[in-house]
Design a protein around this ligand. Structure first.
Ligand SMILES: *Cc1c(COP(=O)(O)O)cnc(C)c1O
Length: 459
């Protein structure tokens, strides 16, 4: 969609809302909410000035954190619903957008291969995980929750908040759960729930579900998949041959609950996470009485099945429209976009394997790559310094700025991956990139050459 087309749809969204509002008796807005044109102009100009101090998340030269603007279709549809501002807490708050939410949850559940489900959108992955672990605690009230050391930092906090004792399972140098440590901890702890990662935030590592599922059966452990970042890559396991590890992704339907963030790889603006339970009977744990809202219908109100009260109906509208434009299909729609970002990570890996200057740390399983400059003495302090220098020079140079991310890891794990490394620091900083945009595919060689040229100065 070009800028002109985009602008026209935005105007249409505003016009349509205006037309729709004419269905009710005309009235005059109160003076207390009016602002003058001059004042508005000034505020908008000031805000624009402040916003100019942002990083170019939209551009292929931004290959740092997991941030990218929403797709234009998401912006248009979000704006359409935003003007009405439905609240998906209850059918009374968002009759239209609740229907859209139910539809998108069905599509996501089917993508994961669930035959039954209960789920809803959330404000974020953190809130979605909080809710899933709350339900896990209610199901196994006296037992511990286990997660790996590579899990998102919020799991520890969530357990603290829920006052559930937790066990941390070691992860190996590739970021996956250490199966030996898992076996030992399952044996000697009363673990009720295990969080597994489908794409760690650090490496994009996938835990070995094939080996974990039988263990969970033996010890009667509930499995919760944190697929906040990696969930949509499930689509690529259906391509022939699969472009991600289908041994892992095709077993996701064996997990009791799953979290996925449409605001990460689903082209959505922030404020869109999602939690899905395989057993729809978990609804009973949400039973509560809200005296305020439920009066128009005996149907299920999503608000009766959520941890949060008010939830954005616009987020549901935006995801619904986006999935119409980019269906959850392996060979087109969203699958095609992810396939390109995945292929980008593989291209990067090939380039790095041929390079005398840069090394890759682990082979990418999804579309996150980790790398560092091959410094002369291979000492961890020196590698950290070079990563800092490369990072700073690329983003601060006057022209052709490139934005990377940094990642601090345990030097002992670094040494397991690079036996020649000399440990002389408590941490080692490496570089990390997420290829979130399909456009990276064209730019990857050029970006690589530029990064390699800068890295050359710091080895
Ligand atoms: C991003 C992420 C989270 C947290 O999700 P938010 O939407 O940022 O709150 C949790 N787990 C994993 C694996 C993530 O990548």
């Amino acid at each position: 969609m070009d800028t002109k087309e985009f602008k026209n749809f935005i105007i249409k969204a505003v016009d349509n809302n205006f037309k729709w509002s004419k269905n009710w008796e005309n009235f005059k807005f109160d003076d207390s909410i009016k602002i003058s044109k001059t004042e508005t102009k000034k505020i908008i100009a000031d805000l624009q000035n402040k916003l100019n101090n942002s990083y170019p998340f939209f551009h292929p030269s931004y290959m740092g954190q997991m941030i990218t603007p929403p797709h234009p279709i998401a912006i248009i549809s979000y704006l359409m619903a935003l003007q009405i501002n439905p609240n998906n807490h209850a059918l009374d708050g968002g009759p239209a957008t609740t229907e859209l939410e139910i539809e998108v949850i069905k599509e996501l559940s089917k993508m994961f291969g669930y035959k039954t489900w209960l789920g809803h959108l959330t404000a974020s992955g953190t809130i979605a995980n909080l809710e899933a672990l709350w339900i896990a605690r209610e199901i196994n009230p006296k037992k511990k929750i286990a997660f790996s050391t590579e899990s998102h930092y919020s799991h520890k906090r969530i357990c603290q908040l829920l006052r559930v004792p937790f066990v941390e399972i070691k992860s190996n140098q590739n970021g996956k759960i250490d199966l030996e440590d898992l076996k030992t901890k399952l044996k000697y702890n009363s673990i009720g729930t295990l969080v597994i990662n489908i794409g760690t935030t650090g490496f994009g590592a996938l835990d070995n579900l094939k080996e974990i599922i039988p263990l969970a059966k033996i010890y009667n452990v509930r499995l919760h998949a944190d697929a906040a970042y990696g969930g949509f890559f499930k689509l690529l396991s259906k391509i022939n041959p699969p472009e991600v590890d289908s041994n892992i992704f095709d077993l996701l339907n064996k997990c009791d609950s799953v979290v996925i963030d449409p605001h990460k790889r689903g082209l959505q603006p922030y404020g869109c996470g999602c939690v899905i339970y395989r057993d729809n009977k978990v609804g009973k744990f949400f039973k509560h009485d809200s005296p305020y809202t439920y009066f128009t219908s005996q149907d299920v109100h999503l608000g009766e099945l959520t941890f949060e009260c008010s939830r954005s109906g616009a987020a549901a509208a935006s995801l619904w429209a986006t999935l119409k434009a980019f269906p959850l299909e392996p060979n087109f729609g969203l699958g095609k976009i992810l396939s390109q970002t995945r292929s980008c990570a593989l291209k990067w890996d090939k380039l790095i394997n041929k390079s005398d200057v840069l090394n890759s740390l682990v082979k990418p399983e999804l579309d996150i790559v980790t790398y560092y400059a091959r410094t002369k003495y291979f000492a961890t302090s020196q590698i950290s310094n070079s990563s800092e220098n490369i990072f700073n020079e690329l983003m601060n140079r006057p022209k052709n700025k490139i934005y990377l991310a940094k990642y601090k890891i345990d030097p002992r794990k670094f040494k397991l991956l690079n036996p020649k490394a000399k440990i002389d620091s408590k941490e080692v900083t490496i570089l990390r990139s997420v290829f979130m945009k399909p456009e990276h595919n064209i730019y990857v060689q050029g970006l690589f050459n530029q990064i390699e040229a800068v890295a050359q100065k710091y080895i």
